[in-house]
Design a protein around this ligand. Sequence first.
Ligand SMILES: Nc1ncnc2c1ncn2[C@@H]1O[C@H](COP(=O)(O)OP(=O)(O)OP(=O)(O)O)[C@@H](O)[C@H]1O
Length: 518
Amino acid sequence: MFTLLRLLKIIVVALRYRLDELVLSGIKHPIAYTLLRIVRFGRPPKTPRGVRLRLALESLGPIFVKFGQVLSTRRDLIPLDVAIELALLQDRVPPFPSDQAAAGIEAALGASPHTLFKHFEVDPVASASIAQVHFAVLHDGREVAVKVLRPGMRDIIEKDLALMRVLAVLIERLAADGRRLKPRQVVAEFDNYLHDELDLIREASNCSQLRRNFSPETGREHLLMVPEVVWEYCATTVFTMERMSGIPVSQIERLRAANIDTKELGRAGVEIFFTQVFTDGFFHADMHPGNIFVSDRPETLGRYIALDFGIVGSLSEFDKNYLAQNFLAFFRRDYHRVAQLHIESGWVPPNTREEELEGAVRAVCEPYFDRPLSEISLGQVLLRLFQTSRRFNVEIQPQLVLLQKTLLNVEGMGRELDPNLDLWKTAKPYLEKWMHERVGLAGLRKQLDKEAAQWSQLLPEIPRLVHARLSRPDYGPALNLELTRLRKAQEQSNRLLMLLSVIAMAALGLAVWALTQN
Ligand SMILES: Nc1ncnc2c1ncn2[C@@H]1O[C@H](COP(=O)(O)OP(=O)(O)OP(=O)(O)O)[C@@H](O)[C@H]1O
């Protein structure tokens, strides 16, 4: 019954905001087309389509608002004007009553917040569609922020997701453009995203990993502050962390008034991002200004503070390599290399003509060089590269799409702080350092160091494994003959293997010795 009513509401809202125009204008199914012509009413709308979609999503509630926000990052799928409008969606909603928050905490942690904490602020500091945040003080005096999931969220999400899946199938079947828009894939990705957001232990773990990556042990604590997780007070629906104090990065006048060097902040933002991507392969991927603060405490003045760890990205060595080499080749205007990289990595079908791809990449990139380097947006370049790759049947990994979106955010934020920020000049040393560490002698040593444990286990086992393989019973006349020959060879190879093992051990020993000399 609920589902039916909800579906009805969606249809009414879609018609009210004339979304039929947006989604179903290219409708290919004759019956659906006739039905739509009948229910269509009024003159063509004057308000732009993106605005109408945004308003419709707002009136459908928080889950649809979140969906719009996620969709706004898929500029590869939806038109730019719609994406820009969807990015304006605000997910601030009225807070839920504090007794519900208290009940949620009690259900998750086994005691009321008034017992658990020395002090618990009943009025939330912020409230969004999925969770809200309350400040509190622990019995040992530490100040904390407690994030609590909205009650009943899981149920609402499951129902709305079920409806979205139905709508996705309809769009795919009925709209001429349906397949290209990949509605089912988009909804499946959103499903994953929401389920991740519903698990605050996961968010706390991301927070703790990021904190470790910027801890004094890494020597990067001066770049970014990340709250400490208070694990005793965490559960799937509650996340308790150190309370941070700072100024939102978007409030530039306040930053200046606090004597914070905004130019330096712009540069540090790029450094943090590139360090996360190329050194750790683990990055905060929700870098909107509401989640980034700057410390106003005298001892840490001007240091970035990260909050909200619901969305993070991780990159494999392969992805990092792809990115670094593409960026470097792009800035050398070596489009041939960009095309080669795509073919070498097996991303484009092997029968792709290198020159054709090179031409397409040139057409994307060359116009950017009309401007000074300092004005080039790496996020835009990456987006255009992905779009071009798609034409050659390349499926871009979601992690790379996430990275491209974050890069756009970082650039936007950096240029707000310092309009002359030269992103490339700031980023290039990190890429070059990474490439050097990866391919140079340093890279070899690092790799040797990493693999040493496995090798030392594997090498002594090789003769036994070869022997076991060769002494298996009858394999048929032809193979038996071959086996006799191999057994003879085995004795020789055993000796050779022993010799090689000794040499490898000696090389390992040498490498370990060399490493400990630094
Ligand atoms: N550790 C903290 N210290 C101080 N303030 C915090 C802390 N964590 C969260 N807040 C406050 O709560 C707000 C919302 O936090 P957070 O972004 O994590 O919640 P959210 O529900 O994911 O919101 P959204 O989805 O809109 O980003 C922050 O903008 C900040 O003002």
